[in-house]
Design a protein around this ligand. Structure first.
Ligand SMILES: NC(=O)c1ccc[n+]([C@@H]2O[C@H](COP(=O)([O-])OP(=O)(O)OC[C@H]3O[C@@H](n4cnc5c(N)ncnc54)[C@H](OP(=O)(O)O)[C@@H]3O)[C@@H](O)[C@H]2O)c1
Length: 256
């Protein structure tokens, strides 16, 4: 039962244990919906076409927020296209009318960056195969500077791409996905944070707030991205908080 007294929906979250998926699942349950988790730790490997079984019976929307374990382009492309195909086939068989997939702002313009070729394959495979597809394209999450720091560090230094970004709170991404999954009508959406930032500066600030003395070095990004291809553009929905307000809440320290 939802807050307005209507019956809750049955929603499937592919990637329900991840950064975004866990927040979507919590918000959905708080709103009175039932959540079907589709991820390996819930017993479903979406690279296995037979893994879903009858879990989609009665589901009204699949929310796909999966991500592969590594960042190799070929492996990630294979993962995303296989997962999209598995979900789309299972959706058609179970009569699930809608799939909402999370993608990234600006990836069509950023095809000189290998990871974005893989994520565009995810979006396109969903659009081509899933019943009732809707795409949310979001900018980098507020967690992104910390994520690239961990992926890049070694030998006391971290090489960070020199590029602008307009990060958004992952909580707002989750909220928007749930809106798109449950509203009666609507198309694709774009979502960004409130203001543009330089990724290298955010990584340095994140290190300072956490007392991490790793040496952060700015290195060239793909040409498209250093030119601003992953900024949200004028037609995006922009939602706060700012990265600095978010970082202060996370660390208890005041950013510069
Ligand atoms: N990072 C950013 O700034 C950013 C910005 C915009 C969009 N995005 C996109 O947002 C999406 C979600 O990102 P995230 O950070 O929430 O990812 P994440 O935390 O890495 O979560 C990935 C999820 O995928 C599941 N998964 C992985 N392999 C699976 C498999 N074989 N079968 C079933 N489930 C599997 C994982 O669960 P198990 O391990 O339990 O299987 C986990 O729940 C990604 O597609 C990403 O490209 C990211």
């Amino acid at each position: 039962m939802t807050m307005d007294g209507s019956a809750g929906l049955r929603l499937a979250v592919a990637g329900a244990s991840g950064l975004i998926g866990s927040q979507v699942a919590s918000l959905a349950r708080e709103a009175g919906h039932e959540v079907v988790a589709l991820n390996r730790s819930a017993g479903v490997d979406l690279t296995d076409p037979d893994s879903i079984g009858d879990r989609l019976d009665g589901v009204s929307t699949i929310i796909d927020v999966t991500r592969p374990d590594g960042m190799d382009e070929a492996a990630a492309t294979d993962f995303f296209t296989t997962v999209s195909t598995t979900l789309a086939r299972a959706a058609r068989e179970a009569g699930v009318p809608r799939t909402v997939v999370l993608s990234i702002v600006g990836i069509e313009e950023s095809q000189d960056f290998p990871w974005y070729r893989a994520t565009l394959a995810h979006e396109r495979a969903t659009l081509a195969q899933a019943p009732g597809p809707r795409v949310l394209r979001a900018t980098q999450f507020h967690e992104f500077p910390g994520q690239v720091l961990e992926r890049s560090r070694g030998g006391g230094r971290a090489d960070i791409m020199d590029m602008p970004t307009q990060p958004v709170a992952s909580a707002e991404v989750a909220r928007t996905l749930l809106e798109m999954a449950t509203e009666a009508e609507g198309g694709d959406r774009r979502l960004g944070g409130p203001q543009p930032e330089q990724l290298v500066e955010l990584v340095r600030e994140w290190c300072r707030l956490r007392g991490d003395d790793v040496h952060v070095v700015a290195v060239p990004a793909a040409a498209s991205m250093s030119g601003g291809s992953v900024l949200p553009g004028p037609d995006a929905d922009l939602r706060g908080p700012t990265w600095r307000d978010w970082a202060q809440a996370q660390t208890g320290q005041r950013p510069a």
